[in-house]
Design a binder for this molecule. Sequence first.
Ligand code: HOZ
Length: 430
Amino acid sequence: MSNDNSRNLYDLALKHIPGGVNSPVRAFKGVGGNPLFFKAGQDAYLIDADNNRYVDYVGAWGPLILGHCHEKVIDALRNQLQRGLAFGASTEAEVLIADKICELMPSIEKVRLVTSGTEATMSAIRLARGYTGRDKIVKFEGCYHGHVDGLLVKAGSGALTLGEPDSLGVPKAYTDLTHVLPYNDIDAVENFFSACGDEIACVIVEPVAGNMNCVPPVPGFLQALREQCSKHGAVLIFDEVMTGFRVALGGAQSVYQVNPDLTTIGKVIGGGLPVGAFGGKQEIMDMIAPLGAVYQAGTLAGSPLAVAAGLAMLNVISRPGFYDELATRTEFLLSGLQERADQARIPFTTNQVGAMFGCFFSAEDKISQFSQVMNCNAERFKHYFHIMLQNGVYLAPSAYEAGFVSSAHGEEEIQLTLDAAEKAFAALAD
Ligand code: HOZ
């Protein structure tokens, strides 16, 4: 398989783009080698600059739940393209998508659209601080909420992949207000709240962690967060940028039956276009300008194109049975991988919530802690990643990212993946 065109593009990119990429997780630093450059995506496949085809388990890091170029999304975009790209003013489609979001996630009574997940979490934190009149915030180790200054503390995703979970350039004074607790540790949460719960503005959490690979909450963890926040008057924020409309139509909050006060969403609601949103209880949301004194704004917020794509996407995924089918396919993929790893005697385990999954080179039965993720065999993952790539499967180029199955992944694509994995596990066993 030739990668000459990707290599040449990467060399050219290095000249005027820092590190040759516009987002660090794309750079293959976590797996070695040169990043691929892609020119097209169709259904479950990505096509690179050398015309190699890969079954895609990144799905643009989550949004492409229908695969690439789904006809309903493309039609919606084509329609909107003829009517205008941006107005910097309100549209009917924004009203429709807000209604749809509130209908699908009933904990959201009011919602504001922004242009990225980072903006959504940044705004939600500001709002929680404005609402409570408190400054301190709590996040969890290995969770990533975009590149917001105060949240780049022990962060997952690219920060973890590059081995720099805290960033230069973030004033110490900002992170002094951020308290980091271990994910899935109920005692740590209760102890922290008993010590200073009444000073906490908010707790922000990925209800299924997707930026330290995929780590679901242990039973009772999200409930404990809900309980402590309610008891101490802190705002509970679920960062459902990855899980919203992905693990289930109603997001992780519907799966675990815990209602946050605020939710941040993104990815799927843009159908592949840049969009994010935050929403929640009316009483809190009404504190945002122009109603309230918490300022938040965006020229391209509610972009007509992004909203058109999002509405089309939400209509398709609202079909009864959509998520069951997706979860069944994901289960089939993961059980097939496990079987092949076991046959090759490679210590391996998986996590799954709906169509979001994680694969771990570990002898542990189940992975639920950040420390377990860090103890996985990273060298094995690198080797596995490259063999999968050579055999036509594109995984996230990092051991610390979740994988995604779309409705375009059929039997053929999953079989191709399992055949590739069989070769990869055999090579790892040698
Ligand atoms: N949250 C995504 C990765 N887990 C972001 C992708 C990026 O940083 O480019």
